[in-house]
Design a protein. Sequence first.
Length: 451
Amino acid sequence: MPQFQLPLGSKMRDPQFVFGVATSSYQIEGATKEGGRCDSIWDTFCRQPGKVDNGDNGDIACDHYHLWEQDIEMIHSLGVDAYRLSIAWPRILPEEDAVNVQGLAFYERIIDKCHALGMKVYVTLYHWDLPQYLEDRGGWLNRETAYKFAHYAEVVSRYFGNKIDVYTTLNEPFVSAFLGYRWGMHAPGVVGESEGLLASHHLLLAHGLAMPVLRENAPDSLHGIVYNATPFYPESEKDEGAAMYKDAANYHWFMDPVLKGSYPELVLEREYAHKPMVLEGDLEIISAPVDYIGINYYSRGVVRFDENGDIESVPQSESEHTDIGWEIYPQGLTDLLVRIKSRYPNLPPIYITENGAAGNDECIEGKVDDEQRQRYLQQHLLALDKAIESGVNVHGYFAWSLMDNFEWAFGYVQRFGIVHVDYQTQKRTLKQSAIAYRNMLLARSEENKNG
Ligand code: FCB
């Protein structure tokens, strides 16, 4: 029987350390026309030819909207402490000022079921599915959207209050802002330097405006934000500046305003012509204290300066990659966490809110042997333990993802699940990685029971 191993004495063996699995609404729910939901920017984006591989979309996805109950039972069968999901804004506010009770009720059933089974719920308010009617008015390029988000946070937190154990305002503002409004490969597909930076500021403002609302309505819950962070490495000594710049432009840009109350100078200088409009008081709003930050880690980047002084990435053709083309580099997780700890003196606790690997997995006679993913997860658990050993305060780890799902612009080809989904029949099959995760958690709870 496969089983992930944690080192003896590892803090991750303690019962307080949270293990979970993660998903997001648009990637799994389907039922895009049911339950009073309105279109999101991803529904619209998927309809545009050439935007998503195979012309895939989230119309059916994993049909979790209908299969949620068996899915939650399956999550519980893995022995995890917590489930990280996201709420679809278009289900809660399908029209500007009309709260859709069907939407709230759908998530309430899920949350109640998780609690009944003894699992905590980590809820992300925004995992990229902006209501289309807001995009029609400029989306994240419009400052108003930040205020709309605070209103949405108010509706959700007033309804659920402390029942949601952990709230996350935004998942990966880097991806929403830069893939969505700068480079155009995600919804809504806008291209432009100034646009990308402006969207990022409005997203951060949305986070900041929501924080006091969440605290007021859910004083006993934890509140924070989730970042994707790719640590950069120089190809050689002369490229150190290139790696430093990439760290700053990719994740300090989003972390500094929240954790330090300022944007990184390096980026402001270089992007002078594209600087976003920051109003007086914005950074105070954005830098309100958070209870935790989430880090999503998948891979690293290696960069160098080209002959014009521009930064280019250096493919690591000698290394092993996953199906999606991302280098497997577990040491990057340790390094990243150590770097973050040293940059932010008042760093709150960290959760690893996503970590995982894409494979072209096949289910053969009821078995999915995802050998690479098993190695990937095992190595990253050890890398995380190393970071914790060196003093980084990490409270939990979530595998991305519970099950195969709609992987954004890659459609359904890239399978990130530890559970296999047959999209024809909607049958779920635990991959060997899910079994190894479950066995590790089982062993851990036995060990903790026996003191
Ligand atoms: C992250 C996203 C998540 C999933 C993984 C592979 O950037 O948060 O939805 O797509 O990557």
